[in-house]
Design a binder for this molecule. Structure first.
Ligand code: PMP
Ligand code: GLN
Length: 380
């Protein structure tokens, strides 16, 4: 068959997980924690399914969840959201991305994308008829500058697709970089679709700034979130869009023809979870930070050059100091010969690929991380 989607390969996350199963490898590729997640939130979903409503919920999402989302972002980012006109519940951040891009892009519109980029972005932009303009970020800082933005923006720029905190780099966009970007977004009259799914998984007191909280971007931002990441329940696929009414209205139209709605018991549980005390979110960050530090020091002991990590479940190593330049070949050897699955960061680029960074998911129990380190030590 001859179509864009028919020509795409299976995603690197799925193919690496498949290889991990075949080789009985420890899977530090696809990003998911091995902790079962907060029991009260899981129980709320079970109770809601047993006791509650299992028929179609409202297309915009359950009112209690939309109110909880507005209250949550008021609490964490000081953003005032009108839950009725500015909040939409989606089936995962992935659907939020698809609905936003389909709703906002017309064929021929240019879309500014930052590489490394999450794997769903480019296919969705292309399918919507968008013309990608890439800004390429380089390790170890993964930052952009004004000259790069100047080259990427034009009078045809319609959308900027941003991800902060950034998967796979593990960076959080600094306020000065957001302000620089905001100047371009205003000058070119663009909309920012900002994927903030990792907003709660930040470390070392680095604060995530939601683009909605930046006055110049308040009316121009589509914020995307994911309960799967907020509660480390990645299979749940409850996502959200928060955006000014005209953007929200357009995206809702796309959403109604993509999934229309999202399982009501999961929505009920997420509404409950978003109201949890600050201690829960802090505790989660501290647990992940401890796992990050344990795994980073183990990798360094083995001679890996570990790149800075301010956020996400992911640590990157630079393989160039080992005399290596092909991250894909290295990851294939790792899964087959060492029995450890990781993700080659070049998979997050469309062009000008960085091929010397390898991403490991550290959101695992100590014994799993230690087991992976032992296997890597035997391999090295
Ligand atoms: N965006 C980014 C940057 C992600 O890392 C992920 C998943 N890890 C998603 C979107 C998808 O989120 P969801 O599972 O809620 O669809
Ligand atoms: N977001 C996850 C990651 O970066 C993968 C999600 C997926 O498998 N599509 O590992």
């Amino acid at each position: 068959m001859n179509s864009l989607f028919a020509s795409l390969p299976t995603t690197v996350f799925e193919s690496m997980s498949q290889l991990a199963r075949e080789h009985d490898a420890i899977n530090l590729g696809q990003g998911f924690p091995d902790d079962p997640g907060p029991e009260d939130v899981r129980r709320a979903a079970a109770d809601a399914a047993v006791d509650g409503w299992n028929q179609y919920p409202p297309m915009f999402g359950l009112p209690e969840l939309r109110q909880a989302i507005a209250a949550h972002y008021q609490r964490f980012h000081g953003v005032d959201l009108d839950w009725q006109r500015e909040v939409l519940v989606t089936s995962g951040a992935t659907e939020a991305l698809a609905a936003s891009l389909l709703a906002l892009i017309e064929p021929g519109d240019e879309v500014v994308l930052f590489q490394p980029m999450y794997d769903a972005y480019l296919p969705l932009v292309l399918r919507a008829g968008g013309v990608p303009r890439f800004v390429t970020l380089q390790p170890p800082q993964w930052r952009f500058d004004a000259a790069q933005l100047e080259a990427a923006f034009s009078d045809k720029t319609r959308v900027v697709l941003l991800n902060t905190p950034l998967n796979p780099a593990g960076t959080v966009l600094a306020r000065e970089d957001i302000d620089l970007l905001a100047d371009f977004v205003e000058r070119y009259d663009a909309t920012v679709v900002c994927d903030e799914v990792w907003e709660h998984i930040t470390f070392d007191d680095v604060a995530h700034t939601s683009l909605l909280s930046v006055p110049a971007l308040r009316e121009r931002t589509v914020k995307i979130g994911s309960a799967g990441k907020i509660f480390s329940l990645t299979g749940w696929k409850v996502g959200l869009v928060a955006a000014a009414p005209p953007l929200h209205a357009a995206i809702s139209r796309a959403h109604q023809y993509l999934t229309f709605t999202t399982p009501p018991n999961l929505q009920t549980a997420v509404a409950y979870g978003l109201g949890k005390e600050e201690d829960f979110f802090l505790g989660q960050r501290q647990d992940f930070q401890r796992q990050r530090d344990r795994f980073a020091s183990g990798l360094e002991r083995l001679g890996f050059t570990v790149l800075p990590c301010q956020a996400t479940y992911f640590l990157n190593v630079d393989i160039a100091p080992l005399g290596l330049s092909d991250d894909v070949a290295f990851c294939e050897r790792l899964v087959r010969e060492a029995g450890v699955a990781a993700i080659p960061v070049s998979a997050f680029y469309a062009e000008d690929k960085v091929t010397t960074a390898v991403r490991f998911c550290f959101a695992k129990r100590d014994a799993v991380l230690d087991g992976a380190l032992e296997r890597l030590e035997r391999f090295m």
